[in-house]
Design a protein around this ligand. Structure first.
Ligand SMILES: NC(=O)c1ccc[n+]([C@@H]2O[C@H](COP(=O)([O-])OP(=O)(O)OC[C@H]3O[C@@H](n4cnc5c(N)ncnc54)[C@H](O)[C@@H]3O)[C@@H](O)[C@H]2O)c1
Length: 309
């Protein structure tokens, strides 16, 4: 199996590191536009192979798309990250140009690949990729739900004083501070609803913390986070390449599911060798569906900005 990660910055390099440590691919290409960065990071990671005992061959290249030929999965992380006080939406103009040109270059060498879009604002970047790639909809996915759901499980575990691994919790909607919807009513602690153990006040606190989880870290670090985003993306790559059929929230094209169409939003899907294979209907309550529709309106407004670029 071969994976390419475009953008050897914080998220791209962390994602590549996770993929190599887990030996999800035999070949891994790291590509960046900045001379030498991908090469250097690839060599640095290869120098951990003797210590960590993995066999994945990592190659770094500067804008050499021929090296990405026949990639089974391509992760796109190229683009600007947000700075403190910035929203993901403010990145749209610059990142749209980068994501579009990267997609076109990738498809020249891997026309049947599966694309995972990480660059922000993810919902709009994934919509753009769906429109410009011409790939079947199942082969274009946005990463955001894997991360936001992991953050949701973290905040739940902090309040419950338990292991995040014992929790199941899903975020749907948009991948934005005001558009994501942590579905607390559906969250469980080893099969028991977490709402059995938390007051309404605690539940509201967890949901609010999850929604601004990215902004909280951007404020602390000075740029956007990378460990959980890298791990969330690698988890998607793992379920695809190992055909695990894991249920992971991903940005996908909706055609009537969850009452929406002509849009990419985060919903729970089954991930396997063909990309996303099935959308799971979580049967939202009227209140949850209203929040989902509101997110869709906000994301659609953002998608409209693409027409002005
Ligand atoms: N979807 C999510 O959940 C999520 C989470 C975290 C970050 N992000 C987004 O991911 C993106 C990357 O974040 P980061 O922290 O790694 O940023 P970063 O600045 O560390 O890395 C971005 C890299 O992209 C490279 N790049 C820029 N234009 C390129 C091009 N045309 N071709 C190839 N490489 C190019 C840059 O040289 C840089 O190395 C940002 O847009 C950020 O907002 C998304």
């Amino acid at each position: 199996m071969k994976v390419t990660v475009v953008g050897a910055g914080a998220v791209g390099a962390t994602c590549a590191d996770n993929i190599a440590r887990k030996e999800l691919a035999s070949e891994l290409v790291l590509l960046d536009i900045k001379e030498g960065v991908a090469e250097g990071k690839a060599i640095d990671m290869m120098q951990t192979a003797a210590l960590l005992g993995f066999d994945t061959k990592i190659k770094g290249v500067t804008n050499d798309y021929a090296a990405t030929e026949h990639s089974d999965v391509v992760v796109i992380t190229s683009g600007l990250p947000r700075k403190p006080g910035m929203t993901r939406e403010e990145l749209i103009g610059v990142n749209a140009g980068i994501v579009k040109s990267v997609t076109e270059n990738i498809l020249k060498y891997s026309p049947d690949t599966i694309l995972i879009v990480v660059s922000n604002p993810m919902d709009t970047m994934n919509y753009l990729t769906l429109q410009t790639s011409g790939l079947p909809k199942n082969r274009v996915l946005g990463m955001g739900g894997a991360l936001d759901s992991a953050r949701f499980r973290y905040y739940l575990s902090q309040e419950l004083g338990c292991s995040p691994a014992d929790l199941n919790a899903v975020v749907v909607g948009g991948h934005g501070d005001t558009t994501m919807i942590p579905l607390i009513r559906h969250a469980t602690w080893n099969s028991t609803p977490v709402t059995n153990f938390l007051t309404k006040e605690q539940q509201d606190k967890i949901v609010a913390a999850t929604m601004v989880g990215g902004a909280t870290l951007t404020k602390l670090i000075g740029t956007s986070a990378w460990y959980a985003p890298g791990a969330g993306t690698a988890a998607m790559v793992e379920s695809i390449l190992r055909d695990e059929k894991k249920l992971i929230s991903c940005g996908v094209a909706l055609e009537g599911e969850y009452g929406q169409q002509d849009i990419s939003l985060v919903v729970p899907v089954i991930l396997g060798r063909n990309g996303w294979e099935r959308i799971i209907d979580f049967k939202l309550s009227d209140e949850e569906q209203a929040a989902f529709n509101k997110s869709a309106d906000a994301v659609r407004n953002m998608n409209d900005v693409l027409k002005t670029l």
